[in-house]
Design a protein. Structure first.
Length: 95
């Protein structure tokens, strides 16, 4: 009887953890900083944060790349899909 309760508790915990990980996978992230590279062929933008971390985002809509220019301040919103930063929004920030 005790083994059955332990099994049910472990199973419930596994279900909760798997749902939590799924929710994290769909979490929208944001990067702000200086646009250091725009690759129209790849449909990507690279933004360098104030901490000097460069984040490359592949935009779902490559036309959004026209909203920013290299050297400008920009912000991209993205999710991580299969290890790739996939952007949904891109905008120029005022200096």
């Amino acid at each position: 009887m005790i083994m059955k309760k332990i099994f049910v508790a472990v199973l419930a915990l596994m279900i909760v953890l798997s749902l939590s990980l799924t929710a994290l996978a769909d979490e929208t992230l944001k990067v702000k900083g200086t646009v250091t590279k725009i690759d129209t062929a790849a449909g990507s933008v690279t933004i360098k944060t104030k901490d000097s971390v460069e984040v490359t985002v592949i935009m779902e809509d490559a036309d959004m790349l026209a909203k920013v220019k290299e050297g400008e301040k920009g912000e991209a919103k993205y999710v991580i899909k299969d290890g790739v930063n996939v952007g949904s929004k891109l905008r120029k920030l005022s200096e």
